[in-house]
Design a protein around this ligand. Sequence first.
Ligand code: ARG
Length: 456
Amino acid sequence: MWGGRFSGGPSAVMQEINASIPFDKRLWRQDIAGSIAHVTMLGKQGIVEQSDADKIKAGLEQIFAEYETNGVPVNLEQEDIHMTIEARLTEIIGPVAGRLHTARSRNDQVATAFKLWVRDSLDEVIGAVRTLQGALVTRAEQHVDIILPGFTHLQVAQPVSLGHHLMAYFEMLQRDISRLEDARQRLNHCPLGSAALAGTGFALDRAATSDALGFDRPTDNSMDSVSDRDFALDYLYAASQIAIHLSRLAEELIIWSSQPFGFTNMSDKWSTGSSIMPQKRNPDAAELVRGHCGRIIGNFNALMIAMKGLPLAYSKDMQNDKPPVFETHDLLGLCIVAMTGMIETVTFNEDAMRKAAASGFSTATDLADWLVRDLNIPFREAHHITGAAVKLCEERGVMLADLTPQDMANIDDRLQNVTLPDLSINGSVNSRISHGGTAPTMVKQAIENAKRILST
Ligand code: ARG
């Protein structure tokens, strides 16, 4: 394709280090779409004769059909997907194929094809995340009235509704969707027609190619257009953030399904056994989601580091933009589907959750709040009094609800003849009616809102 000023061919290692066809063959659909849009515009503008444009278009359509059935042939001599397609086009229609690359460079060509690919992936990820959100909402709705401990520092903190806990992940994924949509909107300007870096002297209609490819408008600066990979970084960041959320959920499922916790049973579908310990059922799928998250974050780092020192405009370093994006797409897709399956099938052990929720004096805050509300004691003092009550319970091996009015009076003079409030875990959960709180009435509202969001 560029042999004119060369007298020798590349060394075998040069060919190997240079070639991107082994991985960028995944861009074939988008590359052909970009070429069809380009040549259609060239024909309309009279830059290429209409009859030649028609031949090129028919050839490209034939290649599309061939690749659809047989896949993309990988030949390192063709370097990348763009050269592979053009070489095949030349085989099919002869030298007229050479007119396709008029007023175009591989630099704007690859930026366009890659943007189209990332855009498709964003749409796919949005759909998959929505499905996972649906699964979370379904399980949350079934378990609004189940109580488990809420933790801070992984120490029992306050009792919460299991539905509330699951809905926390709905919120995280909702922010993820907004990041994906935001990335999609920012990506959607078309670089095609920027040529190598400086634009072109041909009378292109950039708005026409932009429209044809479903972009909102053409990009404005030709140098930025061919050297911008922000869209790939936006994608990798949004993916990393999703992976972090999935990894935290995976971590909880792993802890919850451990024997000392016993909160959940992972379905056989998402577990594996041990080759030596016959009793084992391990939460491997959850562990792999947690593990894959590291690779996804690594891919984000890899591309940031690849980009950070590049002068304008295109440098070959940028060919390294694709492997991290492709791998992230594959890993993330697997993780989301696996997590959806785990959430759909996990079973919750209500008794173990309830017992744990009642442990660790989890309703101590309710006692302190009551001292503030009913006896007008400042919160800091109420905190201190409650701490003393917990200490007393610990010494006697009883629960807060077991303390007598005399016990309370002994702790503080102001507590003469008081009747203790409801310090049960149900009472505690039911009382948390602030906006976003864990009271079942509030959780049900959140679930209704979520359903409305998912149905639009
Ligand atoms: N395979 C290249 C890439 O993915 C295509 C662009 C090549 N451009 C160039 N000036 N060598 O980045």
